[in-house]
Design a protein around this ligand. Sequence first.
Ligand code: BGC
Length: 905
Amino acid sequence: MASTPGRLRVEHLDDSLGITVTTPRMSWRLPPGATRQLAYRIRAGQWDSGRVESDRQLLVPYAGPALRSGERVQWSVKVWTDAGESEWAPTASWEAGLLTPADWHALWIGPPEHAEMRGRSPRPAWLLRRAFDVTGEIGSARLYATAQGLYECYLNGRRVGDLEMTPGFTSYHSRLQVQTYDVTDLLMSGGNVLGAVLSDGWYRGQTTGVRLINRFGDRTAFLAQLLVHHEDGTVTRIATDSHWQARVGEIIAADRFEGQVNDFQRAVANWASAASTGGGWAGVDVHAFDFARLASSAAPPVRRIEEIRPATVTRLDDARHVVDLGQNINGWVQFKALGPAGTSITLTHGELLDPDGDVTVGNVSTGEVDPAMHDLPWDLSHAIAPFQVDRVISAGVDGQVFEPRHTVHGFRYVRVEGYPGSLSPDDLVGVVVHTDLRRTGWFSCSDERVNRLYEAAVWSLRGNACDIPTDCPTRERMGWTGDWQLFTATAAQLFDIAGFTDKWLRDLAAEQLPNGVVRHAAPEAMPIEIHTALNMPPGSAGWGDAAVVVPWEIYRAYGDRDLLERHWRSMAAWVDYAARMAREHRHPDRAAVYPTPLPYEQYLWDTGFHWGEWLEPGTLVEFEADDFSELAALTTNRATSDQSDFATAYLAHSAQLLAHIARVLGKPEDERRYSELAASARSAWCSAWIAADGKLARDTQSNYVRALAFNLVPDELRPAMADRLVELIRKADTHLQTGFLSTAYLLPALADTGYPEVAYELLMQDTAPSWLSMIERGSTTIWEYWTAIDEDGRFAAPAPVGSLNHYGKGTVATFLNQYVAGIRPDPAHAAYQRFRIAPMPGGGLSWARGAYDCPFGRIESSWRINGDVFHLDVTVPGGTTAHVTLPDGRRFEVAPGTGSYRCIV
Ligand code: BGC
């Protein structure tokens, strides 16, 4: 049995090579058998913390001498626990990256493009290369690289590392991520060649729902520095500079939205190795782009995570095959049967089949754009370009494989055109590509449909976590703030998303306007002028609140207090903005009725544009994709109508969270101020929205859910709110009618107010709108609309059905883990250091099992019912304590270890 601490980590990363954090934070888990840490001692490089009396195991900052660029720090920790003094943990390490601009001796280089090329799309990928000699014994070698665009590096003909979509997506004006690679084994003494493939990527390729180009600039560029450390202490430095060469190779077009085209007949043999003989190389342009925004990523990298063998391949006719992966994913296809030289094969990727069984992208491609945009100075011509279409022209070389790493698609089906002969499932695989997040949450139960629902939520997160959290991996691929705001807590249960979200929050803050307004997405690629012209300016409640809700949820899940500190300004600026809007503006309708403002109105946020309870079934205008008058009417309505029920609820909610955050950060004055603001906003909400008959003036399921979930009403009114919610659910024949934002809270609100059986009835409802109707109609990811596909699994053309991969409704996974399996955080303790296990049997389930890998270790809750006896087995990790509540109401305090309980149900 190991008697040392385990799982040593730095920051929120499993691999911390090249980090630019100057005071990295270290975490560990207790040795097996230990239940409580009394003290720790860290040794990291020159630094020895000495024995520190503390139970802290998470994110302990390095406090040794300042780190030098490239410095590698070995570290270890030992602990004193109730089980005694441990041995030192096996040594772990981190390595600093290039910490300051002065450490860079490289120049930004770019391809020698004609001006005309900078204005169109899609564009080819460029090959960049530089030959160099290394003399002397090689000790170790590091490559530091980044790009404006997407890059992948090759050294002596071999691909460097296994990262994809580098350098990832950030608010490029303010932050650009640098990757560090250990290339020791790829280097040779003597002649070497370093190469890079550079394409448009997020930087200047098509982006946003209308597929604008050049959103961050019209020049791609590459920056790299290779440091070879010799055994004798000297260093050879190779960097991007004017000696590099450039040319276009086999990738003749590459765009994230449109697709990638490889003409293998134009491949440049050995282009990145010393054996290269080909000509056609030109010089590079040298640019003066800045170095100040360079930093390592707080997130794990994007990788190829999994390969999926096709479930079926169907031949439609002589020219077309349709491949079904059986799973909707984000990624691409690796195509292995390219045919004789000159064969041109086209791959079209979609989430859906049309009524003829052919692949369609009609549900997620843009088509025409809103006429309101035509007067704006943006090139909208790409909106109608092909979507997710790759093409490969064979050179007839045995073993050649097409794998389009400079695009990415959201798809389950692929139409293959031009394949000579009969395609077999062995000829291709689906490659799942996303941020390499560590899975932390599992759930299963006796109803297979519910298990499929849980996995669909998992797959929707996997489909929408390609360096940023996106709305969908297809139509827009944007880091919509509202989407991540509502899904963060669920995501944090399914995967370790701490670093991934930390990275995203930095972009949210970078994009925030000086008046505190949060843009709709982070990073934001849509010009504010377009949002304004479409009557959807930024600053929407529920979306902007991501600035507060997301850091709070990350703190609750991982105990990262520094993150709260870092984002305090951003969150306070957002809430202050909302409060100012409430105080300084009045809705004209209210002013018409009450010429003199009522006192509570200064806390009522009743103006501005808000997306509102988006996509509520029944109330939604499901506009036709090409009917922009309906969309315009909808957004105009959202911009001009009184949405204070919705906006004020969020003002109250975020102000309350900010008060909690102020308490965590030790800011008593702010805590008092934001608590008062929250209380005033709540009471304004009640004054404006509770009608004389005790119902809500806008009598919708969503509003009751929010009233309960955000504690908007005084305790004595909660039962009446819950009763009315249930009445509305019954009126809808036991169906939910909640939309984008309140669906997450629906089942917990019912369970918490004495209606667990209604929560279960909605969970098990299998007619639309419901979760299981999605599953029964064949979904493998969560849909944007409740009713995207009919009972036959098809959509009726040409009706738009929206994306089939929007994680929002997947928040039901939280209900499954926290209520059904019963693993719940204790609101007063971060990182599950103290938590509850309170399973809620019901819904005809005979057993359920949940597991959550919290920062301290694995929590498990597993129950089964035999006859009328309920059996519960729990696992509580070292360093935590749990409180078990059985269905019969009995409670137990539980120490780390395992335990079994039973009661009569
Ligand atoms: C996106 C959403 C987003 C919304 C704003 C949609 O087009 O796909 O998920 O939050 O716009 O309402």
